[in-house]
Design a binder for this molecule. Structure first.
Ligand SMILES: Cc1cc2nc3c(=O)[nH]c(=O)nc-3n(C[C@H](O)[C@H](O)[C@H](O)COP(=O)(O)O)c2cc1C
Length: 257
């Protein structure tokens, strides 16, 4: 058990670039500095990038009313692709794709890592794309974001959601994407999973992360939805690989048909 805790601690430290495994406040401060340092080369025009990323966060309005339905040709019935993603405030000027941070830039569009993967899955096998959005926007500044996420996790907060699915009953499969936050689900994903009864459905998780993978969140999902089947055909992508992951994501999505 002792070794498990040490291993978990080490994983989170590696993922966040933390310098030590002491008090959480110290860990976060060190991690922020290192992550900030790694992003410094891209941080010349943060105000502009922040506006773009912020606009993206607002634009990606989840829809309970599917705009396109390409799910008829899959064997998994109707598919919902629900995802949570926070594209951070990173400089995007003059760059086609940024793979070390929490965003992907493609053809001038800024996507959060998880958002990008969700988009490719939907392009590949259809289904309805649903962004899990909170009533209060998250800060796009990395330092503020990691602090807020840690506070929410410590308080076991359930942030209020702005987006809701009107008729969850129409779906047979829920592909659920999220970033690893402090070796756990982001708290809004808890809110989402506690809002609906997914009993009888198949949940297919995918995660983007900084090195920790799922950190056991598949079991957390199964615990929150005991009457759903949580698939083990999952996808785990390191943030450094997301920008170049299109083919891998497409192949995985095809395997879900
Ligand atoms: C608040 C916060 C906490 C994080 N904690 C972890 C962690 O514990 N382990 C890990 O591997 N990555 C961690 N990361 C890195 C993210 O999982 C990774 O950057 C992810 O791709 C972000 O996805 P998004 O752009 O869709 O939000 C964390 C990032 C943030 C912002």
């Amino acid at each position: 058990m002792k070794y498990k805790i040490m291993a978990l601690c080490l994983g989170v430290m590696l993922a966040l670039g933390l310098a030590g495994c002491g008090g959480k406040e110290e860990e976060r401060t060190a991690g922020q500095k290192q992550e900030q340092a790694s992003g410094d080369g891209q941080a010349k025009n943060q105000a502009v990038a922040g506006q773009e990323a912020g606009a993206e966060q607002d634009q990606a309005v989840p829809s309970a009313e599917p705009e396109q339905d390409k799910t008829d040709d899959t064997e998994n019935g109707r598919i919902l692709i629900a995802y949570f993603s926070v594209p951070e405030d990173v400089d995007t000027s003059g760059v086609d794709a940024i793979s070390s941070a929490s965003i992907v830039v493609q053809e001038g569009e800024v996507y959060g890592n998880t958002e990008y993967v969700a988009k490719i899955v939907q392009e590949t096998i259809g289904g309805d794309l649903f962004r899990i959005k909170t009533t209060e926007d998250y800060p796009l500044d990395h330092d503020l974001l990691v602090d807020q996420a840690a506070d929410e996790q410590n308080a076991e907060l359930r942030p209020e959601l702005k987006s809701h699915i009107e008729d969850m009953g129409q779906y047979d499969t829920v592909i659920l994407g999220f970033p690893n936050w402090w070796a756990d689900l982001p708290m809004p994903v808890y809110t989402f999973l506690e809002e609906y009864d997914l009993g009888g459905k198949t949940i297919i998780p995918f995660v983007t992360h900084g090195g920790s993978g799922f950190s056991g969140t598949e079991d957390t999902i199964a615990g929150l939805q005991p009457d759903a089947a949580v698939s083990d055909n999952t996808l785990s992508l390191s943030r450094g690989d997301v920008a170049d992951s299109e083919e891998e994501v497409r192949q995985w999505a095809e395997s879900l048909r």
